[in-house]
Design a protein around this ligand. Structure first.
Ligand code: KIV
Ligand code: ZN
Length: 540
């Protein structure tokens, strides 16, 4: 066991994680995620790579404005223009951090950067000094550190600390290390670099061989005091080390590690759920800590052991990571008071205004489903939170009728409300969902492409809520929506309307800025020509 040491958690879900295919988030989603990371207690949030795109810079700036309880980092190559972009985006941060990096392995130097070791060292030193003039906290990362010549890595570390780096990070960029080797490397840098005491040593491990968490923990044992990770281990290729696995290992095996940290582990499950709900990518059932099966015991022997003493098969409790424990909670006779109390217990604090809409949805659900579980309530809350914006300007579902069968073309008649007006359209399609979405497209008069559609049950049983996650796109970008209902067609329509409202909101903002060209640049696509020619009926 080592002495009691404080480990800082540097979360890069919104930068390294967001780079993974399927995990891109829009500005609002990034801010929501960042606020939850702040609640979780991470020390540093890497909010993006400011120079990468105007959207990235905007997201870093918005997070810097909204989050005051964690340091906010922006990534920059070791180039003045990148560092300037980060400094600009971080202007309103309470605790800004410029994170600059350059590759140091011979492989990267020779083939990617075409620099000699001395040139790279000089650039690293100059850019760290440049960043330090703009920001009090500067982190330097030696990309591909694990495959870097050790003596050279020690020289670079010493030089950047001399130049003002407050944190030096040693990434295993391609997930090549094994725990013993990674320990040796971190230990060598920690003990050999003469000015190491002036900076914090960090580790950043990718998971290509499934060793990201093991290597991060080996790095901590070897002297690292900052660990870089992502929620659910999302990230480039096989991802990064998973935050929840690292912190729960430190907690469960405190006897071995003896480390303290600021993470509120009870927020882990909610954070992972939020990420899944924003991105539409489900948490794998066998995922350690936050997966559906992480705390369920199926076999008779295990169940018997658990009943005798839960420690037989449970090394940590579901409560310690915030997994919902009660199953049967409310029913159709439950009142608003009990409903609000349970939402509060689940960590939600709806305003009085939000409560009336939520309670209405709860009653509708309770009429259709006898028992309402915590998972149903969380699904209701998440879909309500995803709606956002001003209801008067949004398209809302009024009613729908579908006609579908195995020997006919499906038809859907959908009626939507916007403010006080109702609009109705009929459309045909290859199935009831397709027909319904076509009817919506006719009403809103804005063509979109359905990029992704996922349907899953929230709980078990025939009455279960169906949860639909959709991703649609137009020339301004991609938009996700989420809807829940015991009727899967209704859930599909609701999820589509959430995405549609985001899309139209973004289009309004873009046209206000005259930004059609900017949008095209962002998506790399040309806007479709012409609009839907179909007529529509409007009624009071
Ligand atoms: O994996 C890596 O090397 C990185 C650095 C840019 C920190 O993400
Ligand atoms: Zn990385």
């Amino acid at each position: 066991m080592q002495e009691d040491v404080q480990i800082r958690f540097f979360d890069t879900t919104l930068r390294d994680g967001e780079q993974a295919p399927g995990y891109s988030m829009n500005l609002d989603e990034k801010v929501r995620m960042a606020l939850q990371l702040e609640t979780l207690g991470v020390d540093v949030i890497e909010a993006g790579f400011a120079i990468a795109s105007p959207g990235d810079a905007e997201a870093v700036a918005a997070i810097a404005r909204s989050v005051k309880g964690a340091a906010i980092a922006s990534l920059s190559r070791a180039l003045e223009k990148d560092i300037d972009a980060s400094a600009r985006a971080l202007r309103e941060a309470a605790h800004p951090r410029i994170h600059t990096f350059i590759a140091t392995s011979d492989l990267h130097l020779q083939y990617k950067l075409k620099l000699t070791r001395e040139e790279a060292l000089d650039q690293a030193r100059r850019m760290v000094a440049y960043a330090r003039n703009l920001c009090a906290e500067v982190e330097f990362s030696a990309e591909d550190a694990f495959r870097t010549d050790l003596d050279y890595l020690c020289r670079v570390t010493e030089a950047v600390i001399d130049a003002g780096a407050t944190v030096v990070n040693l990434p295993d960029t391609v997930g090549y290390a094994t725990p013993n080797e990674f320990y040796e490397m971190v230990h060598a840098v920690h003990t050999r670099v003469p000015n190491m005491h002036k900076a914090i040593l960090a580790v950043h491990c990718h998971n290509d061989l499934g060793l990201g968490v093991a290597n991060s923990l080996a790095g901590i044992r070897a002297g690292a005091r900052q660990v870089e990770c992502t929620i659910g281990g999302i990230g480039e290729r096989a991802g990064n080390a998973a935050l929840e696995e690292i912190v729960m290992t430190l907690r469960t095996r405190a006897d071995h590690f003896g480390c303290s940290y600021n993470i509120r582990t009870e927020e882990l499950y909610r954070t992972a759920r939020l990420l899944a709900s924003i991105t539409g990518i489900k948490i794998a059932p066998n995922k350690p800590i936050v997966g559906q099966n992480a705390f369920s015991h199926e076999s008779g022997i295990h169940q018997h052991g658990m009943m005798a003493d839960s420690r037989t098969y449970e090394i940590m409790t579901p409560e310690s990571v915030g997994v919902l424990k009660t199953s049967l909670v409310l029913g159709k006779h439950s009142g608003q008071h009990a409903f609000r109390k349970r939402l509060n217990e689940l960590g939600y604090r709806p305003t009085d205004e939000e409560m009336s809409g939520l309670f209405e949805s709860f009653k509708v659900l309770a009429d259709r489903k006898k028992t309402i579980e915590d998972r149903d309530l969380v699904a209701l809350m998440e879909s309500a939170l995803a709606v956002g914006a001003d209801p008067k300007k949004m398209w809302m579902l009024d009613s729908f009728v579908v006609n579908s069968g195995n020997r006919m073309i499906s038809t859907a008649c959908v009626s939507l409300r916007k403010g006080k007006k109702k609009y109705r359209e009929v459309a045909m399609g290859a199935g009831p969902v397709n027909a319904s979405l076509k009817a919506i497209e006719k009403i809103i008069r804005h063509p979109f492409v359905l990029e992704d559609y996922r349907l899953q049950a929230v709980t078990e049983g025939r009455e279960a809520l169906g949860e639909v996650l959709v991703k649609i796109s137009d020339e301004t970008g991609f938009y996700r929506g989420r809807g829940v209902s015991t009727d899967v067609i209704e859930a599909s329509i609701l999820s589509c309307l959430v995405a549609v409202n985001h899309m139209l909101d973004e289009n309004t903002a873009a046209s206000a800025l005259g930004a059609a060209t900017a949008a095209r640049e962002r998506t790399g696509r040309t806007p479709p020509t012409g609009t839907l020619a179909e007529s529509r009926m409007a009624e009071e």
